[in-house]
Design a protein around this ligand. Structure first.
Ligand SMILES: Cc1ncc(COP(=O)(O)O)c(C=O)c1O
Length: 388
Protein backbone atom coordinates (compact mmCIF):
# COMPACT_ATOMS: atom_id res chain seq x y z
CA UNK A 1 0.00 0.00 0.00
CA UNK A 2 1.27 3.49 -0.80
CA UNK A 3 1.92 5.65 2.25
CA UNK A 4 -0.62 8.40 2.95
CA UNK A 5 0.70 11.93 3.32
CA UNK A 6 -1.32 13.96 5.84
CA UNK A 7 1.29 16.58 6.71
CA UNK A 8 0.58 19.33 4.19
CA UNK A 9 0.94 22.05 6.83
CA UNK A 10 4.61 21.05 7.03
CA UNK A 11 5.04 21.16 3.26
CA UNK A 12 3.04 20.17 0.22
CA UNK A 13 3.95 18.34 -3.01
CA UNK A 14 4.59 20.51 -6.04
CA UNK A 15 1.80 20.81 -8.60
CA UNK A 16 2.96 19.22 -11.91
CA UNK A 17 1.96 22.36 -13.82
CA UNK A 18 4.14 24.47 -11.51
CA UNK A 19 7.06 22.09 -11.92
CA UNK A 20 6.71 22.17 -15.70
CA UNK A 21 6.86 25.96 -15.75
CA UNK A 22 9.92 25.94 -13.49
CA UNK A 23 11.77 23.42 -15.66
CA UNK A 24 10.84 25.36 -18.77
CA UNK A 25 12.10 28.58 -17.16
CA UNK A 26 15.36 26.90 -16.10
CA UNK A 27 15.88 25.71 -19.67
CA UNK A 28 14.87 28.83 -21.54
CA UNK A 29 15.43 31.85 -19.30
CA UNK A 30 19.08 32.25 -18.45
CA UNK A 31 19.43 35.96 -17.81
CA UNK A 32 19.56 38.03 -14.63
CA UNK A 33 16.51 40.33 -14.43
CA UNK A 34 18.82 43.21 -13.46
CA UNK A 35 20.74 42.96 -16.75
CA UNK A 36 19.74 45.36 -19.50
CA UNK A 37 20.39 43.08 -22.49
CA UNK A 38 17.71 40.91 -24.08
CA UNK A 39 18.43 37.91 -21.80
CA UNK A 40 17.96 40.15 -18.78
CA UNK A 41 14.79 41.66 -20.21
CA UNK A 42 13.38 38.18 -20.82
CA UNK A 43 14.04 37.22 -17.18
CA UNK A 44 12.63 40.55 -15.98
CA UNK A 45 9.39 39.81 -17.83
CA UNK A 46 9.05 36.45 -16.04
CA UNK A 47 9.53 38.16 -12.67
CA UNK A 48 7.15 41.02 -13.56
CA UNK A 49 4.43 38.65 -14.78
CA UNK A 50 4.62 36.56 -11.58
CA UNK A 51 4.58 39.69 -9.45
CA UNK A 52 1.50 40.93 -11.28
CA UNK A 53 -0.32 37.62 -10.81
CA UNK A 54 0.54 37.54 -7.11
CA UNK A 55 -0.48 41.16 -6.52
CA UNK A 56 -3.84 40.52 -8.21
CA UNK A 57 -4.49 37.55 -5.94
CA UNK A 58 -4.63 39.74 -2.81
CA UNK A 59 -5.89 43.01 -4.32
CA UNK A 60 -2.43 44.64 -4.10
CA UNK A 61 -0.31 46.58 -6.59
CA UNK A 62 2.67 44.89 -8.23
CA UNK A 63 5.18 47.20 -6.55
CA UNK A 64 3.82 46.17 -3.14
CA UNK A 65 5.08 42.58 -3.58
CA UNK A 66 8.61 41.69 -2.41
CA UNK A 67 9.94 38.24 -3.27
CA UNK A 68 11.50 36.39 -0.32
CA UNK A 69 12.94 32.94 0.33
CA UNK A 70 9.72 31.92 2.13
CA UNK A 71 7.68 32.52 5.25
CA UNK A 72 10.56 32.79 7.69
CA UNK A 73 12.30 35.52 5.75
CA UNK A 74 9.01 37.35 5.11
CA UNK A 75 8.17 37.34 8.82
CA UNK A 76 11.67 38.49 9.79
CA UNK A 77 11.71 41.17 7.12
CA UNK A 78 8.32 42.50 8.20
CA UNK A 79 8.95 42.48 11.94
CA UNK A 80 12.61 43.44 12.18
CA UNK A 81 12.38 45.74 9.16
CA UNK A 82 9.36 47.60 10.54
CA UNK A 83 10.81 47.84 14.06
CA UNK A 84 14.10 49.28 12.81
CA UNK A 85 12.42 51.73 10.46
CA UNK A 86 9.96 52.97 13.07
CA UNK A 87 11.88 53.01 16.35
CA UNK A 88 11.73 56.80 16.55
CA UNK A 89 7.93 56.43 16.94
CA UNK A 90 8.19 53.91 19.78
CA UNK A 91 9.61 50.55 20.75
CA UNK A 92 6.49 48.62 21.68
CA UNK A 93 5.34 45.58 19.69
CA UNK A 94 2.34 43.31 20.21
CA UNK A 95 2.13 39.72 19.03
CA UNK A 96 0.44 36.54 20.27
CA UNK A 97 1.27 33.43 22.29
CA UNK A 98 0.58 31.15 19.31
CA UNK A 99 2.79 32.52 16.52
CA UNK A 100 5.18 30.43 14.46
CA UNK A 101 8.79 30.55 15.63
CA UNK A 102 9.61 32.75 12.62
CA UNK A 103 7.61 35.51 14.35
CA UNK A 104 8.38 34.54 17.95
CA UNK A 105 12.12 34.47 17.51
CA UNK A 106 12.20 37.65 15.44
CA UNK A 107 10.35 39.30 18.37
CA UNK A 108 12.75 37.74 20.90
CA UNK A 109 15.64 39.14 18.91
CA UNK A 110 14.04 42.59 19.00
CA UNK A 111 13.52 42.25 22.76
CA UNK A 112 17.28 41.68 23.06
CA UNK A 113 17.76 44.95 21.16
CA UNK A 114 15.68 46.93 23.66
CA UNK A 115 12.18 46.65 22.16
CA UNK A 116 9.35 45.73 24.48
CA UNK A 117 7.10 42.88 23.35
CA UNK A 118 3.61 42.13 24.67
CA UNK A 119 1.98 38.78 23.95
CA UNK A 120 -1.78 38.35 23.51
CA UNK A 121 -3.26 35.29 25.20
CA UNK A 122 -5.66 32.96 23.44
CA UNK A 123 -8.77 31.17 24.65
CA UNK A 124 -9.10 27.37 24.66
CA UNK A 125 -10.02 27.51 20.96
CA UNK A 126 -6.84 29.41 20.08
CA UNK A 127 -8.43 32.84 19.38
CA UNK A 128 -7.13 36.14 20.71
CA UNK A 129 -9.53 38.73 22.14
CA UNK A 130 -9.89 42.18 20.61
CA UNK A 131 -10.45 43.57 24.12
CA UNK A 132 -7.01 42.41 25.21
CA UNK A 133 -5.50 43.91 22.08
CA UNK A 134 -7.21 47.24 22.85
CA UNK A 135 -5.94 47.09 26.46
CA UNK A 136 -2.36 46.37 25.40
CA UNK A 137 -2.24 48.92 22.60
CA UNK A 138 -0.15 51.93 23.64
CA UNK A 139 0.71 55.25 22.08
CA UNK A 140 4.21 53.97 21.38
CA UNK A 141 3.07 50.67 19.80
CA UNK A 142 4.68 50.53 16.37
CA UNK A 143 3.71 47.04 15.19
CA UNK A 144 1.07 44.39 15.82
CA UNK A 145 1.79 40.93 14.39
CA UNK A 146 -1.04 38.36 14.50
CA UNK A 147 -1.04 35.24 12.35
CA UNK A 148 -3.92 34.68 9.92
CA UNK A 149 -4.42 30.97 10.61
CA UNK A 150 -2.54 28.75 13.03
CA UNK A 151 -0.24 26.04 11.67
CA UNK A 152 -0.90 23.57 14.51
CA UNK A 153 -4.60 23.82 15.29
CA UNK A 154 -5.88 25.77 12.27
CA UNK A 155 -7.64 28.49 14.27
CA UNK A 156 -8.26 31.67 12.27
CA UNK A 157 -7.77 35.00 14.02
CA UNK A 158 -10.17 37.96 13.66
CA UNK A 159 -7.92 39.60 11.04
CA UNK A 160 -10.51 41.96 9.60
CA UNK A 161 -11.49 43.26 13.06
CA UNK A 162 -7.84 43.72 14.10
CA UNK A 163 -7.06 45.58 10.88
CA UNK A 164 -9.99 47.95 11.39
CA UNK A 165 -9.17 48.44 15.06
CA UNK A 166 -5.64 49.51 14.10
CA UNK A 167 -6.67 51.66 11.14
CA UNK A 168 -6.51 54.89 13.16
CA UNK A 169 -3.39 53.94 15.12
CA UNK A 170 0.25 54.45 14.15
CA UNK A 171 0.95 50.74 14.66
CA UNK A 172 1.45 48.73 11.48
CA UNK A 173 -0.45 45.47 11.15
CA UNK A 174 1.51 42.41 10.02
CA UNK A 175 -0.09 39.02 9.48
CA UNK A 176 1.70 35.73 8.87
CA UNK A 177 -0.56 34.22 6.20
CA UNK A 178 1.72 31.27 5.46
CA UNK A 179 -0.90 28.64 6.33
CA UNK A 180 -4.00 30.59 5.35
CA UNK A 181 -3.01 31.69 1.87
CA UNK A 182 -4.15 28.62 -0.12
CA UNK A 183 -7.57 28.19 1.51
CA UNK A 184 -8.67 31.68 2.57
CA UNK A 185 -9.74 34.49 0.28
CA UNK A 186 -7.76 37.56 1.34
CA UNK A 187 -7.82 41.11 0.04
CA UNK A 188 -5.61 43.87 1.40
CA UNK A 189 -7.84 46.55 -0.12
CA UNK A 190 -10.90 45.39 1.83
CA UNK A 191 -8.90 44.60 4.95
CA UNK A 192 -6.29 47.25 5.79
CA UNK A 193 -3.30 44.96 6.36
CA UNK A 194 0.13 46.64 6.05
CA UNK A 195 2.35 43.58 5.83
CA UNK A 196 1.45 40.01 4.85
CA UNK A 197 3.86 37.10 4.50
CA UNK A 198 3.32 33.86 2.58
CA UNK A 199 5.31 30.86 1.44
CA UNK A 200 5.23 28.88 -1.82
CA UNK A 201 5.73 25.38 -0.46
CA UNK A 202 2.49 25.37 1.53
CA UNK A 203 0.36 25.83 -1.62
CA UNK A 204 1.80 23.14 -3.91
CA UNK A 205 4.36 25.67 -5.09
CA UNK A 206 8.17 25.66 -5.00
CA UNK A 207 10.15 25.49 -1.77
CA UNK A 208 12.46 28.33 -0.81
CA UNK A 209 10.35 31.11 -2.29
CA UNK A 210 7.54 33.32 -0.99
CA UNK A 211 6.54 36.93 -0.87
CA UNK A 212 5.94 39.75 1.55
CA UNK A 213 3.22 42.23 0.75
CA UNK A 214 4.32 45.71 1.89
CA UNK A 215 1.67 48.45 1.68
CA UNK A 216 2.90 51.29 -0.49
CA UNK A 217 3.02 53.83 2.34
CA UNK A 218 5.13 51.53 4.55
CA UNK A 219 8.90 51.72 4.62
CA UNK A 220 10.99 48.88 6.02
CA UNK A 221 14.66 48.87 6.93
CA UNK A 222 16.21 46.06 4.83
CA UNK A 223 17.50 43.06 6.76
CA UNK A 224 19.87 41.95 4.00
CA UNK A 225 22.44 44.27 2.50
CA UNK A 226 23.73 44.09 -1.03
CA UNK A 227 22.26 44.88 -4.44
CA UNK A 228 19.30 47.15 -5.16
CA UNK A 229 16.88 44.36 -6.12
CA UNK A 230 13.21 44.56 -5.09
CA UNK A 231 13.38 48.34 -4.92
CA UNK A 232 16.15 48.14 -2.34
CA UNK A 233 13.97 46.10 0.04
CA UNK A 234 15.57 42.67 -0.51
CA UNK A 235 19.10 42.33 -1.86
CA UNK A 236 20.15 39.26 -3.84
CA UNK A 237 19.81 37.86 -7.36
CA UNK A 238 16.26 36.75 -8.15
CA UNK A 239 15.48 33.03 -8.24
CA UNK A 240 13.69 33.36 -11.57
CA UNK A 241 12.45 29.74 -12.01
CA UNK A 242 11.12 29.67 -8.43
CA UNK A 243 9.43 33.03 -8.94
CA UNK A 244 7.83 31.73 -12.15
CA UNK A 245 6.65 28.65 -10.21
CA UNK A 246 5.29 30.77 -7.37
CA UNK A 247 3.33 32.92 -9.84
CA UNK A 248 1.81 29.79 -11.36
CA UNK A 249 1.02 28.23 -7.95
CA UNK A 250 -0.72 31.45 -6.85
CA UNK A 251 -2.66 31.60 -10.14
CA UNK A 252 -3.81 28.01 -9.58
CA UNK A 253 -4.92 28.80 -6.02
CA UNK A 254 -6.83 31.79 -7.28
CA UNK A 255 -8.57 29.81 -10.03
CA UNK A 256 -9.42 26.88 -7.74
CA UNK A 257 -9.88 28.42 -4.30
CA UNK A 258 -13.44 27.19 -3.78
CA UNK A 259 -12.51 23.68 -4.91
CA UNK A 260 -9.46 23.65 -2.63
CA UNK A 261 -11.60 24.68 0.35
CA UNK A 262 -14.37 22.19 -0.42
CA UNK A 263 -11.95 19.31 -1.00
CA UNK A 264 -10.26 19.89 2.37
CA UNK A 265 -13.59 20.29 4.16
CA UNK A 266 -14.82 17.03 2.65
CA UNK A 267 -11.66 15.11 3.63
CA UNK A 268 -11.88 16.54 7.13
CA UNK A 269 -15.54 15.46 7.41
CA UNK A 270 -14.71 11.94 6.24
CA UNK A 271 -11.92 11.66 8.83
CA UNK A 272 -14.19 12.86 11.65
CA UNK A 273 -17.14 10.67 10.61
CA UNK A 274 -14.97 7.57 10.21
CA UNK A 275 -13.23 8.05 13.56
CA UNK A 276 -16.63 8.47 15.21
CA UNK A 277 -18.00 5.38 13.45
CA UNK A 278 -14.93 3.41 14.63
CA UNK A 279 -15.73 4.44 18.21
CA UNK A 280 -12.47 6.38 18.68
CA UNK A 281 -12.28 8.56 21.78
CA UNK A 282 -11.16 12.01 20.60
CA UNK A 283 -11.81 15.73 20.75
CA UNK A 284 -11.11 18.37 18.11
CA UNK A 285 -8.68 21.11 19.17
CA UNK A 286 -9.25 24.54 17.66
CA UNK A 287 -12.13 26.86 16.95
CA UNK A 288 -15.28 25.10 15.71
CA UNK A 289 -16.32 28.10 13.60
CA UNK A 290 -13.14 29.88 12.53
CA UNK A 291 -10.70 27.29 11.20
CA UNK A 292 -8.46 26.43 8.27
CA UNK A 293 -10.16 23.59 6.34
CA UNK A 294 -6.90 21.70 5.78
CA UNK A 295 -5.77 21.48 9.43
CA UNK A 296 -7.37 19.02 11.84
CA UNK A 297 -5.87 18.77 15.33
CA UNK A 298 -7.19 15.89 17.44
CA UNK A 299 -6.76 15.11 21.12
CA UNK A 300 -6.73 11.41 21.98
CA UNK A 301 -7.01 11.17 25.79
CA UNK A 302 -4.41 8.89 27.32
CA UNK A 303 -2.42 8.31 24.12
CA UNK A 304 1.27 9.29 24.05
CA UNK A 305 1.81 11.34 20.91
CA UNK A 306 5.34 10.07 20.22
CA UNK A 307 4.14 6.44 20.23
CA UNK A 308 1.16 7.34 18.08
CA UNK A 309 3.26 9.14 15.47
CA UNK A 310 5.82 6.34 15.32
CA UNK A 311 3.18 3.65 14.90
CA UNK A 312 1.29 5.66 12.29
CA UNK A 313 4.51 6.08 10.36
CA UNK A 314 5.10 2.31 10.47
CA UNK A 315 1.56 1.82 9.18
CA UNK A 316 2.19 4.28 6.34
CA UNK A 317 0.40 7.38 7.62
CA UNK A 318 2.47 10.59 7.83
CA UNK A 319 1.09 13.06 10.38
CA UNK A 320 2.65 15.33 12.96
CA UNK A 321 2.33 17.03 16.31
CA UNK A 322 3.25 20.45 17.46
CA UNK A 323 5.98 19.03 19.63
CA UNK A 324 9.58 19.67 18.75
CA UNK A 325 12.10 16.95 19.49
CA UNK A 326 15.20 18.56 20.90
CA UNK A 327 18.12 16.51 22.12
CA UNK A 328 15.96 13.45 22.65
CA UNK A 329 13.26 15.14 24.70
CA UNK A 330 9.89 16.25 23.41
CA UNK A 331 8.98 19.86 24.09
CA UNK A 332 5.23 20.29 24.41
CA UNK A 333 3.66 22.54 21.79
CA UNK A 334 3.63 26.22 22.78
CA UNK A 335 0.33 26.59 20.92
CA UNK A 336 -1.46 23.84 22.85
CA UNK A 337 0.17 25.10 26.07
CA UNK A 338 -1.22 28.58 25.38
CA UNK A 339 -4.68 27.14 24.74
CA UNK A 340 -4.91 24.61 27.58
CA UNK A 341 -2.09 25.34 30.05
CA UNK A 342 1.39 23.87 29.98
CA UNK A 343 0.49 20.82 32.10
CA UNK A 344 -2.71 19.99 30.25
CA UNK A 345 -2.93 16.46 28.77
CA UNK A 346 -3.82 17.96 25.38
CA UNK A 347 -0.20 19.11 25.06
CA UNK A 348 1.03 15.51 25.09
CA UNK A 349 -1.74 13.64 23.32
CA UNK A 350 -2.70 15.71 20.30
CA UNK A 351 -2.12 14.88 16.66
CA UNK A 352 -2.13 17.21 13.66
CA UNK A 353 -3.51 15.90 10.38
CA UNK A 354 -3.26 18.29 7.45
CA UNK A 355 -4.94 17.55 4.16
CA UNK A 356 -4.02 18.48 0.62
CA UNK A 357 -5.83 18.69 -2.68
CA UNK A 358 -4.14 15.56 -4.00
CA UNK A 359 -5.40 13.39 -1.10
CA UNK A 360 -8.15 11.00 -2.17
CA UNK A 361 -11.26 10.07 -0.19
CA UNK A 362 -10.07 6.48 -0.20
CA UNK A 363 -6.80 7.54 1.45
CA UNK A 364 -8.70 9.32 4.22
CA UNK A 365 -10.96 6.29 4.85
CA UNK A 366 -7.84 4.10 5.10
CA UNK A 367 -6.01 6.59 7.30
CA UNK A 368 -9.01 6.88 9.65
CA UNK A 369 -9.13 3.11 10.07
CA UNK A 370 -5.42 2.91 10.78
CA UNK A 371 -5.63 5.83 13.20
CA UNK A 372 -8.61 4.39 15.09
CA UNK A 373 -6.93 0.97 15.31
CA UNK A 374 -3.62 2.47 16.50
CA UNK A 375 -5.29 4.68 19.11
CA UNK A 376 -7.20 1.64 20.39
CA UNK A 377 -4.01 -0.39 20.63
CA UNK A 378 -2.10 2.35 22.45
CA UNK A 379 -4.97 2.99 24.86
CA UNK A 380 -5.05 -0.66 25.88
CA UNK A 381 -1.35 -1.53 26.02
CA UNK A 382 -0.66 0.52 29.08
CA UNK A 383 1.15 3.22 27.07
CA UNK A 384 -1.62 5.52 28.15
CA UNK A 385 -0.32 5.36 31.67
CA UNK A 386 2.81 7.25 30.57
CA UNK A 387 0.86 10.44 30.31
CA UNK A 388 -0.40 12.34 33.26
C1 LIG B 1 2.56 29.93 10.19
C2 LIG B 1 3.92 29.76 9.59
N1 LIG B 1 4.73 30.81 9.48
C3 LIG B 1 5.94 30.72 8.94
C4 LIG B 1 6.43 29.51 8.49
C5 LIG B 1 7.80 29.44 7.89
O1 LIG B 1 7.70 29.35 6.49
P1 LIG B 1 8.92 28.80 5.60
O2 LIG B 1 8.99 27.34 5.85
O3 LIG B 1 8.53 29.12 4.19
O4 LIG B 1 10.13 29.54 6.02
C6 LIG B 1 5.63 28.36 8.60
C7 LIG B 1 6.14 27.05 8.18
O5 LIG B 1 5.79 26.03 8.71
C8 LIG B 1 4.33 28.49 9.16
O6 LIG B 1 3.53 27.44 9.30
Amino acid sequence: MDPIYLDHAATSPIDPQVLEIMIDTYKKVIGNPESIHSFGRQARKVVDDARHEIAKSIGARSREIVFTSGGTEGDNMAIIGAARARQALGKHIITTDVEHHAVFRACEYLASCGFSIDYLHVDASGRISLEELEEKLREDTILVSVMYGNNEVGTLQPIREIAHLLADHQALFHTDAVQAFGTVDMDVKDTPIDLLSMSGHKINGPKGIGFLYVRDSVSLAPITHGGDQERKRRAGTHNVPAIAGLGEAVALVRANLTDRINTCLKLRRIMLDDLTAEGANFQVNGNPEHFLPQVLNLYFPGVAIESLLTRLDLEGVAASSGSACTAGSVEPSHVLSAMFGSDAPETRSSLRLSFGVENTEDEIHRAAQILAKTVRALSTTGKAGEIK
